[in-house]
Design a protein around this ligand. Structure first.
Ligand SMILES: Nc1nc2c(ncn2[C@@H]2O[C@H](COP(=O)(O)OP(=O)(O)O)[C@@H](O)[C@H]2O)c(=O)[nH]1
Ligand SMILES: [Mg+2]
Length: 198
């Protein structure tokens, strides 16, 4: 399997199935500044997602179309890049708006095969993360958990963080990643291919 092409399609604020090709989709979510755009760019080896050093700016869902080769056939899937949640300057009201948007989009979009939940390895789970976890479980939304920016931590720190999250989510659902070094790219990409092919 390999990526042939990746393009930014459009920004949306809700899910509208009439305007959609019927393709599998993988949704990327996480706190503001967690490294979503950088991860998408690193995964597809192209600069299709805008990265920003000012957190909490994107307020819409960015949609990308990824073409890939599988068993000599050309296929495609969507990546949706969600606005970050829980940035400290964002009020509770804004969080609720975010929650309503992702609830509408995710619950109505039956093409979403999996959520990829990005998590900065230097942080610990907090109340907002627990709310999200509960919501995902209540709605039976399958997700994978990726520890990001591991180049900023020591190997020991990453190993112990991974062990902790393995216990919470199950080792088959936990990945590590660095957009800077490319560590974890192969594993995460093959996981995503498996998810869209399943
Ligand atoms: N060292 C390091 N910095 C990263 C990594 N991923 C993202 N960043 C930085 O973190 C900031 C936010 O990244 P971005 O991809 O825009 O995050 P997003 O808001 O989740 O889309 C930027 O300054 C990136 O350069 C990483 O793997 N390692
Ligand atoms: Mg971004």
């Amino acid at each position: 399997m390999k990526i042939l092409n990746a393009v930014f399609l459009k920004s949306v604020t809700s899910y509208d199935n009439k305007k959609r090709e019927d393709l599998p989709e993988v949704a990327f979510i996480g706190r503001s500044n967690v490294g979503k755009s950088s991860m998408i760019n690193r995964l597809v080896m192209q600069k299709i997602a805008r990265t920003s050093s000012t957190p909490g700016r994107t307020r819409s869902i960015n949609l990308y179309k990824i073409e890939y080769e599988f068993k000599n056939a050309k296929k495609s899937f969507f990546i949706s890049d969600f606005p970050g949640f829980g940035y400290s300057k964002v009020s509770r009201e804004v969080y609720q708006g975010w929650q309503e948007m992702i609830e509408q989009y995710i619950l109505q979009n039956s093409n979403i095969k999996r959520l990829i939940w990005l998590f900065d390895g230097r942080r610990d789970l907090d109340e907002l993360d627990n709310i999200l976890m509960e919501w995902l479980e209540d709605n039976r939304i399958p997700f994978s958990f990726v520890i990001t920016k591991i180049d900023k931590a020591t190997r020991n720190e990453t190993t112990s963080k991974k062990a902790l999250f393995n216990k919470i989510f199950g080792p088959e659902h936990v990945f590590i990643f660095s957009a800077k070094s490319g560590d974890g790219r192969k594993e995460l990409l093959s996981h995503i291919f498996n998810v869209v092919e399943q």
